[in-house]
Design a binder for this molecule. Structure first.
Ligand SMILES: Cc1cc2nc3c(=O)[nH]c(=O)nc-3n(C[C@H](O)[C@H](O)[C@H](O)COP(=O)(O)O)c2cc1C
Length: 187
């Protein structure tokens, strides 16, 4: 399969902005069953094929939303090159019930000890017990705990806006009928 046409464009943005650690942070929007949107910052953990990999806690609200409706859009702004990517598609959830292709173990291996710790914490979003010792660091296990989930965002539309240039450049990449199309549009 040939590489999606937006892939080298995004790879180039990641490379050119690599001096800023936060260039790997993007916003991921999902909706609940009523269509109400939620948006949050997540870390880009690399590509799995054409999909963007994100790690998250299976007990978090976003995971409930993804199970109800898989549609999502990521919004990613690169400050050095002044480019925005809006990446829409479907999220696939990998948890202890659906753990194909070693996605979870591989992602777990790649995590730092510090990043692993939060998956042993009490459930996110629940009222905090200030007396708790639940946040005390534990030795992380070789296999990921059940709370450790991976989301893969498989894009079907990428809207790339490059602010540099007069006029600005905007291009829409769309996956239709089994192939990607590329269309330059007015910014
Ligand atoms: C810089 C930054 C990076 C973050 N990275 C992640 C991440 O990779 N995965 C994640 O689940 N939450 C991450 N978070 C926390 C989320 O933004 C959010 O607060 C949390 O996941 C709960 O969201 P939810 O209730 O919508 O599920 C990050 C937050 C910040 C500020």
């Amino acid at each position: 399969m040939t590489l999606a046409p937006w892939r080298p464009v995004l790879a180039r943005a990641l490379h050119r902005n690599r001096a800023r650690v936060y260039c790997r942070y993007l916003q991921l929007a999902t909706t609940d069953v009523h269509g109400k949107p939620s948006n949050r910052t997540v870390v880009f953990r690399g590509f799995v094929g054409e999909a963007l990999q994100i790690v998250t806690d299976g007990r978090s609200e976003k995971v409930q939303q993804v199970q109800a409706t898989p549609w999502a859009e990521a919004c990613w702004y690169f400050t050095i090159t002044r480019e925005q990517f809006r990446i829409a598609g479907q999220l696939t959830l990998f948890n202890s019930d659906n753990d194909g292709e070693n996605i979870r173990p591989n992602a777990w291996q790649a995590l730092s000890a510090k990043a692993r710790q939060q998956f042993y914490w009490p459930p996110p979003g629940q009222p905090r017990d200030r007396e708790t010792t639940s946040f005390t660091p534990v030795d992380s296990t070789e296999q990921p705990p059940d709370s450790f989930n991976v989301l893969l965002l498989t894009p079907d539309r990428v809207d790339h806006l490059a602010l540099r240039g007069q006029p600005q450049d905007r291009c829409i990449y769309e996956y239709t009928k089994g192939a990607w199309t590329t269309q330059a549009v007015n910014p």
